[in-house]
Design a protein around this ligand. Sequence first.
Ligand code: ADP
Ligand code: GLC
Length: 482
Amino acid sequence: MAVRVLSVASEAAPLVKTGGLADVAGALPAALAAEGIAVTTLLPGYPAVRAALKRPRVLGQWDALLGSPARLLEGRLGDHQLLVLDAPDLFAREGGPYADAAGRDWADNWRRFAAFARAAADIACAKTAAGRFDLVHAHDWQAGLVPAYLAFLHARAVPSVMTIHNMAFQGYFPAEIFGALGLPDAAWALDGVESYGGVGFLKAGMQLADAITTVSPTYAREIRSVEFGMGLEGVVLARAGRVHGILNGIDTAQWNPARDPHLAARYTAARLAARARNKRALEQEFALEPDDGPLFIVISRLTWQKGMDLLPGALGQLVALGGRLALLGSGDAEIEAALRAAAARHPGRIAVRIGYDEPLAHRMQGGGDAILVPSRFEPCGLTQLYGLAYGCVPVVARTGGLADTVIDANPAALTAGVATGVQMNAVSPEAIALAIDRTIELYARPDVWRRIQRNGMKADFSWNASGAAYAALYRALLAERA
Ligand code: ADP
Ligand code: GLC
């Protein structure tokens, strides 16, 4: 019999996405089906998610889930089995999943995601018509309380895995909310949900899950340090034997240049010349001067994590060396303004699109020459993986999943013929400029450049290996309980 896993995530592509979590939660079920694991994903009933359900069956209900009436709806998206927590008080709002249209976090986020987690624990333990699950996989702080509810309200009846996609988002709330969570007093403890005098959702999950995973081996090591652990390094160290780094894969049905419907020209590693048409189309779309020089792209949240505050400082050099840049992103207002100003200083050479546009992201990967990812920290990172798959050479900081997935074109790697991109040692305007400099030199050697592109395109970043790693972890946890 297939192992039944309840994946609890606040985002899943293509229904609701603010970042890589959605890509991963959207792709895991298919990856795990190949391993004999049946994954059902529980999502909050945001408007876009509710709208995707046609006449759903009601599988359960709560009169007052942390005070709000809620129903459990059954859905499916292709082969992806969904459960949706329909709680209009909590989730039927215009704006984003975590913030209103003006970007202010919803004041009741703690209640919204505590309710979500509590429902997940009930569901896993067969309190609804969705049946019993063998294991719960909780993603990020929004699902962080699932292991806590399982531990304190359900006697750990079902084992759980807590995956950290980003340690910077911890779901930390003041102590006053504790009374409303419906947890026993015993949960207010260092080995419970208490964290630095408040309630830590992610911390609770890390403390109480049967295993902790994060999305690359290097990040799994990095979060043992103060710099990357961001206050939770102590929990990581205390549970070190239970921490695993499993690299994300990419969904090759969505991200494959040979079949991508968004591209003007589709291509393979053997037919790289066809990319030129995509590059011309991209230049037009961004009103960049057409030429044969390197076209850099950025597709990113415009935040400190992503190093985007430092990027403007490196753009003078990029332009001076004959490069051009097309950037797509949104985020901090100050960074947006600085990037717009850079574009105004260099018309035809730097173009900035503020917004979120999935098809455009595909066109950029298919037409750009190199993708810049100068992150200060990066648990895994997906845009460099899409770049590798598309022959858009990644130029990345040597951190987290970026360090694990890109082979720097240093002399040794070039001689061995294994390079797939460029790494920078530090994240500063100078280091970014130096990496750009190196990239432009490599680009000027067409044979070398093609080899780098082909190496990336031939590397396997599908979910095969990672799906097997998650399946092995689930099975080990189930065996431990048996
Ligand atoms: P993070 O989750 O930290 O933002 P990842 O690299 O893991 O970083 O994932 C980002 C995902 O969001 C990728 O699928 C990327 O293509 C997408 N993305 C980021 N910004 C935009 C944007 N402005 N428009 C379209 N897609 C975007
Ligand atoms: C987070 C991280 C990113 C990772 C994604 C999916 O958003 O910032 O590095 O790729 O989660 O795991």
